[in-house]
Structure formats: structure tokens, C-alpha cells
Design a protein around this ligand. Structure first.
Ligand SMILES: Nc1nc2c(ncn2[C@@H]2O[C@H](COP(=O)(O)OP(=O)(O)OP(=O)(O)O)[C@@H](O)[C@H]2O)c(=O)[nH]1
Ligand SMILES: [Mg+2]
Length: 601
């Protein structure tokens, strides 16, 4: 890098799907850093789900300035990732869908940005949508800034109108842009220069805000250089908040260029770099030149809120589909995950299971999905919330803010159910034709609710959640847990028997599914577990009946996915996960063993 090139550091933040990644991709293309078809959502799962899971860095060059950009995930379960990033950049592009307007996650990321004293640039995106209402949304964004206590300076935000998909931006809607020049110029105008000659002349201080992993280089840290210069091969000292010192050596140094990393000899204050050679480096530590330099203020990592066990798959179908099935293989994979998955904590103390703590069901589900794609098989136990104690011995549990948007006639059932689950309604107001409801609710009460919500609102409702922290435990929550319909036999499920069973609960499997004794094939509406025989054929009569089995009309099964399974599973069940299948099962497969197990309790 040239010596005194200007650097600007920004993050792109927004609610899910408002167009952060599309905008980042277009910025990279128009500055010549990538080509059509290349996306920041580079991970296979990200591509498939169409969401960003990991925040990622890129850099583009514009008018002799290097702009480091961090694209962040919009989904609330990855919200703590955004917070870390915000600590290390100088401004944000707050992207807001010009039709939808500010949504729950817009509020959370903006709140954090304002608290950190950042001055956002507002990008009203998707102004091409026929129902876009940029003027109105602009007003709503202004109100949101006010509600969140923005300073006068912050309230004076510039607004850029964009069609990220087409790669255009303008500051004046009557004069549509042809490219993203208007946005790039706004960035140069408003984002402070990342460093100064004075800072560059000081001894090195660098703080990682993200981790990455390379099979050859091991753990990598991604951080911002606040002061001084870092060189490949340099001996440095890692300091943490407790002021522990670890002398280490930077083996390799990289900066970002488009989507690739570029190996460099040195980098200076203001830049964002990736370092190799620090196997135990962690987010928020300080890399310094001398032992007597002060550590930078730590970056807090949000604590896990839910916990569950990972076990070896020991179902009768174990090992049929997976490549990696042993507990050692699962352990190694989880250890590797800890290298990069900052919100995750794992307890390897037990021999027969690993206790995995994460930031929500989606956080865990993404890990499980990654693992099954790579060929792993495993089982998980029912997720539980993590209960803590404060210094006075008071029990605390995680709470979430839930935003629900539903048609008017569905508010009754939502309010009733969330009240039962100890939710407190904090707001209720009309929002273009629908009703918006806000609740504060213990995570415990929310577990398993999503599935019910979809059914109760016939798929028309929208539900967003966001962890707000630990609060005093609210006591027992009574849930009308459904029972499970359990196969008492192994074999292939027949349409005829399923047809008889579908009145007694919702089926999770269709005809011809292979089942085993102890597998859960549906729920039992009556409440208690129900052992059934799903492979029984129609009794033969004198009539020709060979074709009746196919003729039977079945309601389509409610197929178990990772998230659905985690939501409906009971305490005494496991979710069996293989590259091809997700099955629910009883921990004890035979009825006798189950009876014996309950007697023991
Ligand atoms: N009509 C229209 N659609 C857009 C525009 N920009 C993005 N989209 C679409 O919006 C969807 C979401 O875009 P993304 O860029 O993945 O959104 P994101 O904010 O990165 O989403 P997460 O990272 O998952 O929070 C995609 O289908 C885009 O094609 C736009 O300017 N106009
Ligand atoms: Mg994205």
C-alpha cells in the first residue's frame, strides 16, 4: 500500500434482506474489485438461504482512497457479530428498504451505532419497488433517530436513495443515478479519515474484532490498527483486559482487496488487517509493540443463552448416511468451530456428550446444518435456556424483545399465547393495515413458539426476536406440550396405517418412510405419548384390494427440519441428524425401557 493513502472504514448495517450484501457486491463491481456474479455471501449455506451468516470484510479503491467495508448479517441471532464490528469502524451505511421502512433489527443496529457515537449515512434502498415510499420512510427513519436519542449532529444524516440491485444511487430522487458514484462521494464526504500522521508515528496497537481460520496458517485475526505500523515477521505482545502478556510473532500479514486477501509486508494505522501466527488470539485483545503499552478497551462478547448436548448417533439407522460419526470426529469438528464461532461455548468435560452453548436456536441450527453438509451424523438433546445467578444469588434468565406484525383479527390468539408464556406486551399499534405488537418475554417461554405462531397466523404473521439480556427468573411456565406419536415397530410406513393415524395428531412422515421402534412419527393431539403401528396394512378381504394402499389420501406430512425439530422435541427425545435425514426419536426406544426410566425418576 502506498504510504499515506486515505483510508475510510465503514460497516453496512440493516434489517434482514434490506440489501446490504447486494449493495456491497455492487460497490465491489463498480470499483473494479470483482465481476458480475461474485457475491460476499460466499458460503454455500449463505447462498442457499439467501442470507448473510458471517460478517465479512472487503476493500475497494475510489478516488485515491481505500474504503474498508464490513458487510454484516441482518438476522438477529447473529446480532452480536454486528456489535463487535461497530466498535472497529468509523461510520455506517444504515440501509433501509424504502417500502418496508425501519424494522426491528434496523432499530437495534442503529441504537448500537448511535451509542458508539457513530454518524450514520442513511441509504434508502429498493426505491425501484412499485410500492416504495421514500419520503415517508425518510420521515420514519428520522423519527427512529429521535426516539433513540440521536444527537443533533447524528440527526443531520445524509440520505442516499439507491437501487442496489441495479447498482445505482442518487441524492436527488428527481434525478436518478446511473451508478453508485453518489454513494461513494457521500462516503468520502462524511466518513472521517481513519487515521492521522500522529497515530501512525506511535508504537503499534491493533485490536481484533473477528476471527478466521486457515488450514495451513491456523487461526487468523481480523482487526483494526489504531496506532503505529505492523510488519510481517514482527515480534509483538498480546495483551488482554486482565493485562496478561503473551509474546508472539506475526508470521503473515494480509489486507483485503475485493473478496480476496492480499499478503503484505506492512500496514499502518487506520487499516484493517488479517494476521497469522497468533494461535490463541481472541477478539478484543490488543496486539502491541511493547509490554508497557496499555490494552485497548475490551470488546464484549454476548453470552450464550441456550444450551443443548451433541451426542454420537446411536439410533438403529446410525452410520447409514454419514461419513463422520464417532465422538472423536464430532469433537474435532466442534473444536475447529470454536476457532471462528465467537458466540459459541462448548464443554467437552463429559465423555458421552458435548454441551454446546449458543446465542439462539438459529445459531445452533446453522452449525448443525454445516456439519451435516460436511458428512457428519449426530444427535442433539432438547435445547434449554441458560440460567445464571447474579452476585446476590438471584436466578437470572435470558429475555428477548419480540416484534410481531399480524392482521388485526389474529392479535387475540397471539396476545393470549404469549401472555401464558410470560410475555409482557409493551406496545401495540397499527402499521399499514396490520397490527404491530411488542413483547418482552423470557427466551424459555419463546422456545417452540415459532411453530405455533406460523400455524396460528396461517403463515401471514411476521415474528422477529432479539435477545435483550439476562433478567430475574419469572418462575414456572406452563406450556401445553403435545405428546408424541411413537412407532412401536420397525419397517416401512404404509399409507393405510398413516391414514388411520392422522386423526390422532400431526404426522411428521409420509408413506414409505422407513421407521424404527421408538421413532417419533408425529405428535399426539391428546397430550400423552402414544405408541402406534404405522406399518400395518389393510386386512385382506375377498375383494381385490391390491391398489387401495396407493389410493388412500393423506394430508401432506409436517416434515421435521432442524429448527422445527428443536421447537417440538420433548425432554426425553433426541433429534437425529444425518446428511440426508432429520428424525425425531425417543431416547429410550422400547416402551419397556421408557417405563423403567420414568419409574427411576
Ligand atoms: N427490488 C429490489 N430488490 C433488491 C434491491 N437490492 C436488493 N434487493 C433484493 O433483496 C434481497 C435481499 O438482498 P441482500 O443483499 O441479500 O440483503 P441483505 O441485507 O444482505 O440480507 P441479510 O444479509 O441476510 O440480512 C435479494 O433478493 C435482492 O435481490 C433493490 O434495490 N431493489
Ligand atoms: Mg447480506
Amino acid at each position: 500500500m502506498e504510504k499515506n493513502m486515505d483510508i475510510r472504514n465503514i460497516a453496512i448495517i440493516a434489517h434482514v434482506d434490506h440489501g446490504k450484501t447486494t449493495l456491497t457486491d455492487a460497490l465491489m463491481r463498480q470499483t473494479g474489485m470483482s465481476v458480475e456474479g461474485v457475491s460476499m455471501d460466499s458460503n454455500a449455506l449463505e447462498k442457499e438461504r439467501g442470507i448473510t451468516i458471517y460478517s465479512k470484510n472487503t476493500s475497494v479503491y475510489y478516488k485515491d482512497t481505500k474504503i474498508n467495508i464490513v458487510d454484516t448479517p441482518g438476522h438477529a441471532d447473529f446480532g452480536s457479530e454486528v456489535e463487535r464490528v461497530l466498535r472497529s469502524i468509523d461510520s455506517v451505511l444504515l440501509v433501509v428498504d424504502a417500502q418496508e421502512g425501519p424494522m426491528p433489527q434496523t432499530k437495534f443496529v442503529l441504537k448500537k451505532s448511535l451509542e458508539l457515537g457513530l454518524k450514520p449515512i442513511v441509504v434508502l434502498n429498493k426505491v425501484d419497488k412499485p410500492a416504495a415510499r421514500p419520503a415517508e420512510v425518510n420521515e420514519m427513519v428520522y423519527e427512529l433517530f429521535m426516539d433513540l436519542g440521536a444527537t443533533d449532529e447524528q440527526l443531520d444524516f445524509p440520505v442516499v436513495y439507491a437501487v442496489a440491485k441495479a447498482g445505482t444511487a442518487t441524492k436527488d430522487l428527481t434525478n436518478p443515478g446511473k451508478d453508485l458514484t453518489a454513494l461513494l462521494d457521500t462516503i468520502l464526504e462524511y466518513v472521517p479519515v481513519a487515521s492521522s500522521d500522529e497515530a501512525a508515528a506511535m508504537p503499534l496497537r491493533l485490536q481484533p474484532f473477528n476471527l478466521a481460520y486457515d488450514n495451513f496458517l491456523g487461526r487468523l485475526s481480523i482487526g483494526r490498527i489504531y496506532e503505529g505500523t505492523i510488519k510481517a515477521g514482527q515480534n509483538i505482545i498480546v495483551k488482554n483486559a486482565e493485562n496478561d502478556l503473551r509474546p508472539k510473532k506475526i508470521t503473515k500479514l494480509f489486507t483485503f482487496e475485493g473478496l480476496t486477501r492480499k499478503e503484505v509486508e506492512s500496514a499502518s494505522a487506520g487499516d484493517i488487517v488479517m494476521t497469522a501466527g497468533l494461535p490463541n488470539i481472541f477478539i478484543g485483545e490488543t496486539i502491541c509493540e511493547n509490554a508497557d503499552q496499555e490494552a485497548l478497551p475490551a470488546i464484549e462478547i454476548d453470552e450464550p443463552t441456550i444450551s443443548l448436548n451433541f451426542l454420537v448417533n446411536n439410533s438403529p439407522f446410525a452410520g447409514r448416511e454419514g461419513k463422520y460419526v464417532t465422538s472423536r470426529q464430532i469433537k474435532e469438528r466442534l473444536e475447529k468451530e470454536l476457532e471462528v464461532n465467537v458466540g459459541l461455548k462448548i464443554d467437552f468435560e463429559q465423555n458421552d456428550f458435548y454441551k454446546v452453548n449458543g446465542r439462539g436456536e438459529m445459531h445452533i441450527a446453522i452449525l448443525l446444518e454445516q456439519m451435516r453438509r460436511e458428512g457428519y451424523e449426530m444427535q442433539i438433546s432438547q435445547p434449554h435456556v441458560i440460567i445464571k445467578e447474579d452476585e446476590n444469588g438471584q436466578k437470572l434468565e435470558p429475555f428477548e424483545e419480540v416484534t410481531i406484525i399480524v392482521p388485526n383479527d389474529m392479535t387475540g390468539v397471539v396476545i393470549e399465547k404469549l401472555a401464558k408464556r410470560k410475555g409482557q406486551m409493551t406496545e401495540m399499534k397499527p402499521e399499514h393495515g396490520n397490527i404491530k405488537l411488542l413483547f418482552e418475554i423470557p427466551t424459555r417461554g419463546l422456545l417452540g413458539y415459532r411453530n405455533e405462531f406460523v400455524v396460528d397466523t396461517r403463515g401471514e404473521g411476521i415474528l422477529y426476536t432479539h435477545v435483550i439480556g439476562f433478567k430475574p427468573y419469572v418462575g414456572e411456565i406452563e406450556k401445553n406440550q403435545l405428546g408424541s406419536m411413537i412407532s412401536m415397530i420397525s419397517g416401512k410406513a404404509l399409507a393405510f396405517s398413516l391414514w388411520n393415524l392422522q386423526d390422532r395428531g400431526v404426522l411428521y412422515i409420509g408413506a414409505n418412510t422407513e421407521v424404527y421402534e421408538g421413532m417419533v412419527i408425529g405428535n399426539a393431539a391428546k397430550g400423552n405419548d402414544l405408541a402406534v403401528n404405522p406399518i400395518k396394512g389393510k386386512q385382506l378381504t375377498n375383494m381385490r384390494t391390491s391398489n387401495t394402499d396407493e389410493a388412500v389420501r393423506l394430508t401432506p406430512p409436517w416434515e421435521i427440519t432442524l429448527e422445527k425439530g428443536m421447537g417440538v422435541m420433548n425432554e426425553d427425545e433426541y433429534l437425529e441428524i444425518t446428511p440426508k435425514s432429520i428424525r425425531l426419536r425417543k431416547q429410550f426406544l422400547t416402551e419397556n425401557d421408557r417405563i423403567r426410566a420414568t419409574r427411576k425418576k
